[in-house]
Design a protein around this ligand. Structure first.
Ligand code: ATP
Length: 218
């Protein structure tokens, strides 16, 4: 059966803080796959990494400013209202309950994809959404063994498949390579250096103007 509605894209992350390496791939995802929208979903307690440098309210405020002038991108703060670790599978399950059989595309960079087998209930993610892997500088996609077999069984090279069914496929989307990471941004800020032009100006003003991440007030 052909779902009538355009798919919805989801980009989860810590966004500590958001930068153009998140936003440009999100815009390309939106355009190249003809999505209705891309929702950026900040996590409250990331299960697979050290705690974020700043709290959820601050990360959310910067993220909201970042997407304020980007049509088709919006923030979904559902993980911030949930207790305990922010498991992606719980997020996709709740989205699926809301969206019926509308296709969902969960996007992640190659670095995150390579760590997928360590995620909570990772094999069930694909029951709720397609996975769209965005190549990230320095993280070529080389998989082997059981994970490679799992991938080959679900991989499609036809983006139409992502519209034709609600979930279940893995698609690799080439995106503009931007060697920007939140780690690099935090490192600059900790040294008192500007991160201007690594994120939208509105987001930068919010972050710098409030003196977050130890950056001096401007
Ligand atoms: P950190 O440096 O703190 O680990 P990060 O820059 O990787 O953070 P996250 O919020 O952890 O940012 O990433 C959220 C999602 O965005 C992940 O799927 C990640 O792979 C992807 N992503 C982040 N930066 C890029 C980039 N420059 N290009 C493509 N994808 C990216």
């Amino acid at each position: 059966m052909m779902p009538r509605q355009a798919p919805i894209g989801i980009l989860g992350g810590t966004f500590d803080p958001v930068h153009f390496g998140h936003l440009r791939p999100a815009v390309e995802l939106l355009q190249h796959l003809g999505l209705a929208e891309v929702r950026l979903v900040p996590g409250r307690v990331p299960p697979h990494r050290p705690p974020p440098r700043v709290g959820p309210g601050q990360r959310l405020a910067v993220l909201r400013e970042a997407v304020a002038e980007l049509p088709g991108l919006r923030v979904d703060d559902r993980e911030l209202h949930r207790d305990g670790p922010s498991f992606t599978v719980d997020t996709l399950c709740s989205l699926r309950q809301e969206l019926g059989d509308r296709p969902l595309c969960f996007a992640l960079g190659t670095d995150a994809f390579l760590g997928l087998p360590r995620w909570h209930r990772w094999e069930t993610l694909i029951d709720y959404a397609h996975l769209v892997v965005m190549e990230r500088p320095g993280h070529p996609t080389r998989v082997s063994g059981a994970f490679a077999q799992w991938l080959e069984a679900r991989r499609t090279r036809d983006p139409y498949d992502l519209r034709a069914r609600p979930a279940g496929q893995v698609y690799f989307l080439p995106v503009t390579q931007l060697d920007i990471s939140a780690t690099g941004v935090r490192r600059l800020l900790a040294r008192g250096e500007s991160a201007r032009c690594l994120m939208p100006e509105r987001a930068w003003r919010e972050l710098a103007g409030r003196g977050w991440y130890g950056y001096p007030q401007v």
